[in-house]
Write a protein that binds this ligand. Structure first.
Ligand SMILES: [Zn+2]
Length: 477
């Protein structure tokens, strides 16, 4: 069984001043708890909820005796999560910095090292970073700051009250809050999802409303796959190989991210000059850019198409394991560190995560394989493919056939899943491998993907008939 989860945001009706004040007070107390706990947890480097709870529960209860006791639990959970991600991110960033500095200092390029040496370098940098960050946390120099908060509620602190209202436990007793359901909410209610026990609420002070974050969950049985569909994610496209045919979905994520990056920078410079660094006008303009939403939209659309194809054929989805490759070599050519990080986040982890989430909903097994060398070794001859200066089209050094880089990657991911020599892949013995034999590779014509420009697939719900797509592709040429 796998558990799929989706967050749905609903807004409460406008609350009366009296009721809203209760929540403002509640938020104040909750914030105080968070601040206290954060201070304590970061000084003592506590990342686990249980140890934080054992050490601080009594104290919290005695400071806030009128608050329902479970707020002490959820606050500890909240803080443990904050500390954990703070700790991880800080160390990761510092590790990267140290590696960069070492490269500069020692005067070599990390790409020229062999894998063992590179790993060693990273491990050393990680150790130094860890020591440094822990030292800073103990010293009180580094700690996460509690800025935005949402109040975490567990099953003791809220109850569903009919279908369009919830009751929340506060220091003034139970308070019922009506919310306005929308289409998306009803869709989950009607399609067999159930509400998880955890809920988060935020206060919208200007409109005197609560923003309620509900989580819907669904438990689904994973099916036994009849075959595999492999997916390769790049900066500018997502390529899917299914039953011997490769489809290349153009996403232009790199362009999107770069475009937004420069626009944002320009706006910042202009407004900083005119109104100062912390102006409200600037924030308003920046908010209008909606980069996140656009990226998320692309991700969900591609994921839906891929997942639907896999589900109809009862295939498993093969994805690459995320690791060093995506982080360090692929986008190395972009010098700006912040930008590199953003592109990395935008293109790889994002789409992969959404595909995985969607797959859970349908019970589609997802297999992760090691992506090492997947785009540079010919899947037929097991020989290197030569790509001329940055081209995505290469030539096999043994057979001389022409390959598209992203198609090669898909075939190799598939083969790794089939032979089980990818790190996480199970041995496929026992599965019927009807149409996933590598034999269609023998013909020379199949190495070209069917390219789908963004304007075309963006409105699709699933993949149209192959013939239709092929015709489209031919027309384009
Ligand atoms: Zn070859």
């Amino acid at each position: 069984m796998v558990r799929a989860a989706r967050t749905v945001i609903v807004k409460s009706v406008k609350l009366s001043r009296k009721v809203f004040r209760v929540f403002v007070e509640l938020e104040g107390m909750y914030r105080n708890m968070l601040e206290q706990l954060t201070l304590y947890a970061s000084r003592n480097i506590i990342k686990s909820f249980t140890s934080l709870k054992t050490q601080k529960y009594r104290e919290l209860r005695s400071i806030y005796p009128h608050l329902p006791s479970h707020y002490a639990y959820t606050a500890c959970q909240d803080v443990a999560t904050r500390i954990k991600s703070f700790y991880r991110n800080k160390i990761r960033k510092l590790t990267e910095d140290i590696v960069d500095e070492l490269q500069e200092y020692l005067g070599y390029n990390i790409k020229e090292l062999c894998e063992g040496e590179r790993k060693h370098l990273y491990r050393t940098a990680y150790k130094i970073a860890k020591q440094q960050i822990e030292y800073e946390m103990r010293d009180g120099v580094a700690r996460p700051c509690v800025k935005r908060i949402s109040i975490w509620l567990d099953d003791h602190l809220w109850k569903l009250n009919g279908l369009t209202s919830i009751r929340i436990a506060t220091h003034k007793g139970w308070v019922a809050v009506e919310f306005g359901p929308h289409k998306q909410y009803w869709r989950y209610v009607n399609r067999g999802w159930r509400l998880a026990s955890e809920v988060k609420i935020k206060l919208d002070k200007r409109n005197r409303q609560l923003i309620i974050y509900l989580t819907f969950v669904k438990e689904v049985e994973e099916y036994k796959p009849r075959g595999y569909l492999s997916v390769d994610v790049n900066e500018n496209n997502v390529t899917m190989l299914v039953s011997g045919v490769a489809y290349l979905f153009e996403t232009n994520i790199e362009k999107l991210v770069l475009g937004y990056y420069y626009r944002r920078k320009k706006i910042q410079e202009r407004y900083d000059e005119l109104y100062g660094v912390k102006s409200r006008v600037k924030r308003k303009v920046l908010k209008k850019l909606k980069e996140r939403k656009k990226k998320q939209d692309i991700r969900w659309k591609i994921a839906s198409i891929i997942v639907r194809v896999a589900y109809e054929k009862r295939y498993a989805i093969v994805l690459e394991e995320l690791g060093e490759r995506s982080a360090n070599s692929m986008i190395k050519r972009i010098k700006d560190k912040q930008l590199r990080h953003r592109i990395f986040q935008a293109s790889f982890r994002g789409i992969q995560k959404v595909i995985e989430e969607k797959a859970k909903e349908y019970g589609i097994p997802v297999i992760r394989v090691n992506p090492k060398n997947t785009s540079i070794i010919c899947p037929i001859h097991n020989a290197p493919i030569n790509y001329n200066n940055g081209s995505r089209i290469g030539k096999c050094s043994k057979g001389g056939e022409i390959w598209h880089r992203d198609v090669v990657a898909c075939w190799n991911l598939l083969l790794k899943a089939l032979w089980g020599n990818g790190s996480n892949a199970p041995n496929p013995v026992g599965h019927t491998l009807l149409d996933v034999s590598p034999i269609p590779l023998g013909t020379k014509a199949t190495h070209d993907p069917i390219t789908l420009p963004k304007g075309l697939w963006a409105r699709w719900k699933s993949l149209p008939q192959t013939r239709f797509v092929t015709i489209l592709n031919k027309m384009k040429r």
